[in-house]
Design a protein around this ligand. Structure first.
Ligand SMILES: Cc1cc2nc3c(=O)[nH]c(=O)nc-3n(C[C@H](O)[C@H](O)[C@H](O)COP(=O)(O)OP(=O)(O)OC[C@H]3O[C@@H](n4cnc5c(N)ncnc54)[C@H](O)[C@@H]3O)c2cc1C
Length: 380
């Protein structure tokens, strides 16, 4: 179905990101995977293209899109390649940076935003702890006030870009009032007591760096506080719908890629004298998946439009994230089944996508948490 959510300007920007993916990122993918991270040269190139500064006002050197569709058209191109590439850059420009743009005091904004726009500094956001990610209100990393700022103690885990980040948005407890006792801080590396752990050895997504972060008496200045003291949970809740929409956009883009790869295989691979795609069982499986992708795409585009208009609800963002992750999962499962044994080989793109894609029902809020949110919206 023809999409109407993007103008020619959005599409043009999307094409520049597609060129970046094809020319700069994909040729280096084996190296990124071996290194467990995308390199700084790729961030610098993304900065030069205006990708990293989309959320950043021009007075801080950003490309200041003022239209969320420039984010989503870029995310589609990154995620059409791999979830690992997409998560690396999306965490930086679409998720962590907006907290600083919206909530930083001028001295902090002036210090970090120009470097985030160029890619000179890499961003991460650290909410999850070993004790739990779904129940954010239970986090135990603690920040205590001192004369000239704050001292933070605790640890975080599963942090995307954690091992390579220079600017980390950290959620920490500032009082014992549960969800109403959490505040957000920016920790800049290097800072004494702030240590990333070694790159975590994930099953897939190897080009996307994931690490623990240890905070041992980390002193930050007064201006490191983002927004209100004890207001961090509210700041997070206000921004999580965007993170979930961005996740949905990525899931859908990757599902389309894998469906295309599976179709190519099903058209060319024969068994019993006929292409496997023309066998009724397989043809019907493709038809179902294609219909679900098109329907989902209409819903996700409507969510993008609602977000641009400032009307995206928490529950619709949860619906988009839930459905996209489940549809992507079904596409991946069908694609690997249709690939036969070849799909299980480590160098097969469908096999790699299958391993990588498993994260989408877990990160950015699990499918169960999305169902909880939707259930609450239904008054249950
Ligand atoms: C590759 C990767 C990158 C990540 N990047 C980041 C990052 O950059 N920053 C960050 O802060 N975090 C990040 N995360 C963490 C991610 O957000 C968490 O893993 C996720 O929120 C789930 O938390 P958990 O792993 O602690 O699981 P848990 O919260 O322990 O959940 C375990 C299981 O219990 C279920 N469960 C929990 N609550 C309920 C409920 N109310 N009803 C039903 N079932 C429930 C969950 O759905 C899940 O199935 C990343 C994770 C991965 C895998």
């Amino acid at each position: 179905m023809e999409r109407t959510v993007y103008s020619s300007e959005h599409r043009q920007f999307g094409e520049s990101i597609a060129g970046f993916v094809a020319d700069d990122l994909l040729p280096q993918l084996p190296r990124y995977r071996a290194d467990g991270a995308v390199d700084r040269a790729a961030f610098a190139r993304a900065g030069a293209l205006g990708l990293l500064g989309l959320a950043i006002p021009s007075r801080f050197g950003g490309s200041q899109a003022d239209d969320y569709r420039f984010h989503t058209v870029a995310i589609e191109q990154l995620a059409a390649a791999t979830h690992g590439l997409s998560s690396t850059f999306t965490i930086h420009f679409d998720i962590a940076t907006p907290y600083i743009v919206d909530l930083a005091v001028p001295s902090l904004a002036e210090r970090v935003l120009p470097r985030l726009a160029t890619g000179d500094a890499i961003a991460a956001i650290a909410m999850t702890e070993a004790g739990g990610g779904s129940d954010l209100a239970a986090l135990t990393t603690r920040a205590r006030r001192v004369d000239d700022g704050w001292v933070i103690d605790g640890s975080k885990t599963f942090i995307t870009n954690g091992g390579i980040a220079d600017v980390v948005v950290v959620a920490a407890r500032t009082s014992d009032r549960g969800a109403r006792g959490i505040s957000l801080f920016v920790v800049e590396a290097p800072t004494a007591g702030f240590t990333p752990g070694p790159t975590l050895d994930k099953l897939g997504l190897h080009e996307s760096n994931t690490a623990e972060l240890f905070l041992d008496g980390v002193h930050v200045a007064e201006d490191a506080l983002l927004g209100q003291v004890d207001g961090g949970f509210t700041h997070l809740m206000q921004r999580l719908p965007q993170e979930r929409l961005s996740s949905a956009v990525a899931n859908l883009a990757q599902a389309r890629t894998v469906l295309g790869q599976a179709l190519d295989h099903a058209r060319t691979r024969s068994a019993f004298g006929t292409p496997i795609g023309s066998m009724q069982h397989n043809k019907f499986a493709f038809a179902d998946l294609s219909a679900r992708i098109e329907a989902l795409s209409t819903f996700v585009d409507a969510c993008i439009g609602a977000h641009v208009a400032g009307r995206l609800t928490t529950s619709d963002a949860a619906r988009a994230k839930l459905l996209s992750a489940e549809v992507e999962h079904d596409v991946l499962d069908a694609a690997i089944q249709l690939s036969g044994g070849a799909g299980l080989m480590a160098d097969n793109p469908i096999g790699q996508a299958w391993v990588d894609g498993r994260a989408t029902r877990i990160w950015a809020g699990t499918s169960e948490v999305m169902r909880e949110i939707i259930g609450r919206d239904l008054g249950l």
